[in-house]
Ligand binder design. Structure first.
Ligand code: TGC
Ligand code: FAD
Length: 393
């Protein structure tokens, strides 16, 4: 791979809006990604391998549950946490995805809806990466509309018995626990969350093979057949579809920043390449107006995305971020990143399709990121509902 050293994107002095602590968190994560992810990621992508060996280090760097307080978590601000996910996704969306799931979709529900015993048992181990988790909401027939889920839990003495299928579950087969969302028959089919240890009888996770996207991340289907868990495994403060949707807000927020990271990687590669690559009159392709137009589009959109993410992060730190604000950064910043990846691929010509460069990997990853955590169009409808007061789902 050509030695393009990432220079960061600070066109409108964005960095001047960040505190010293925020810059430190960002730069430390950037350095770690440079040293640990960039050198191995293309090979992981080729092999379809999740680099599990990096998990303990990610734990010791405080990436898991980074914006949660106590239980061995780093207690970062939401802006700091966003900068972490930005840098991780500059490395690879799959690595960021792994951290999002562990943090926002496994640790957050235990933190927000769990009993003291559940928090004390699981959060410290999850924060260190000693235990891994997954989040089962989507089902084969219910993706955008999780409220239709078929998975059911039924009380039986001091246990619940859970039956159902979950599909497209990140980290499913490597997880020690699954946070599973099910309708409880004895509670008029109210949606509740359960901690399901994955070694319980009747629980099975099978990986999805043949993915062209997020190849460095594990994606699985979960099958639960008469899985018996003690009643103490229910998340006591969960109740209704609102509970999993609250978890999604946490993860979508991280993705809003992550998209910027992937876009930066593509823009920076294309800029450096365009200044070196010569065609016609022995001039670099960066001297052509049409190439400049693409680079200008990218840096403008990245800058707008940075400002939007920062504003939502500052609101979130004041506990004022609404879910529709988070939908806006998820939708806009991932779309922007995918457009940047496509333009960067174009600027690199044939080299753009090879994994000597990170572009095509980011592009393929971003196709998943555009779909998961609420598709681009579902976020349009969430925003449409917010401004008109009319649901169009
Ligand atoms: P609806 O009736 O609108 O809402 C039910 C209740 O929830 C409230 N609510 C929210 N609360 C918090 N945060 C949000 N984002 C919320 N959205 C809605 C709502 O006010 C209501 O409350 P209450 O008190 O009245 O009961 O529900 P609906 O069934 O009509 O669905 C709405 C819709 C379409 C927006 C929702 O279902 C949706 O977001 N669908 C997308 C599904 C999705 O994002 N799945 C993601 C699965 S996890 C994943 O993809 C992980 S990828 C790996 C990685 O993260 O890297
Ligand atoms: P569908 O809901 O079938 O949508 C298909 C198309 O129809 C989309 O374009 C959508 O926008 C459109 N559409 C649907 N409804 C409407 C409507 N009302 N109006 C207009 N258009 C509509 N889920 C988890 O629970 N946990 C995970 O860890 C997880 N990880 C994932 C990892 C990967 C790599 C992928 C690809 C997915 C993952 N998911 C996970 C699932 C993900 O959240 C869903 O794929 C996503 O919510 C979309 O659901 P679907 O794929 O069933 O698409």
């Amino acid at each position: 791979m050509p030695a393009f050293k990432f220079k960061g994107v600070d066109f409108a002095e964005f960095d001047s809006l960040l505190s010293e602590d925020e810059l430190l968190v960002r730069d430390n994560t950037r350095k770690w990604v440079e040293e640990k992810i960039i050198p191995i990621i293309e090979q992981c992508n080729r092999e379809g391998r999740f680099p599990r060996e990096l998990v303990p280090e990610m734990g010791s760097l405080g990436f898991f549950g980074a914006n949660l307080k106590g239980y061995g978590c780093a207690g970062m601000s939401n802006v700091e946490y966003g900068l972490v996910t930005q840098e991780l996704e500059r490395g690879d969306s799959g690595l960021r995805s792994f951290v999002s799931v562990q943090s926002a979709l496994v640790m957050y529900p235990i933190y927000a809806f769990g009993s003291d015993e559940q928090k004390n048992t699981w959060l410290p181990q999850l924060a260190k990466g000693e235990k891994l988790g997954c989040f089962g909401l989507t089902e084969p027939d219910f993706g955008s509309n999780p409220g239709g889920m078929r998975t059911r839990a039924k009380k039986d003495g001091n246990d619940y018995v859970i039956n159902g299928e979950k599909m497209w579950i990140t980290s499913g087969s490597i997880a020690d626990i699954a946070v599973v969302w099910a309708k409880v028959e004895d509670e008029d089919n109210r949606v509740r969350g359960f901690i399901v240890e994955t070694n319980r009888k009747g629980f099975k996770a099978d990986d999805v093979h043949g993915k062209w996207s997020l190849r460095a991340s594990v994606t699985s289907g979960l099958s639960l057949q008469d899985v018996r868990v003690p009643a103490t495994n229910i998340l006591p403060k969960s109740g209704g579809l609102k509970s999993p949707l609250m978890c999604l807000n946490q993860a979508r927020y991280g993705i809003g920043w992550g998209g910027i990271g992937a876009a930066m990687a593509c823009y920076d590669t294309a800029l450096q390449y365009a200044k070196l690559r010569k065609q016609f009159h022995d001039e670099p392709i960066a001297s052509h107006q049409l190439v400049q137009q693409k680079l200008v589009w990218m840096v403008t959109e990245i800058t707008k995305a940075q400002l939007l993410a920062l504003q939502v992060g500052r609101l979130k730190d004041k506990d004022k971020a609404q879910h529709q604000h988070i939908s806006m950064i998820k939708k806009n910043n991932v779309w922007m990143a995918l457009e940047c990846a496509r333009m960067a691929r174009d600027i690199l010509g044939a080299n753009g399709i090879a994994d000597d460069y990170p572009i095509m990997r980011h592009m393929m990853n971003l196709e998943s990121v555009k779909t998961y955590e609420g598709t681009h169009d579902i976020h349009t409808l969430i925003l449409g509902s917010s401004i008109t007061g009319i649901d169009a789902f």
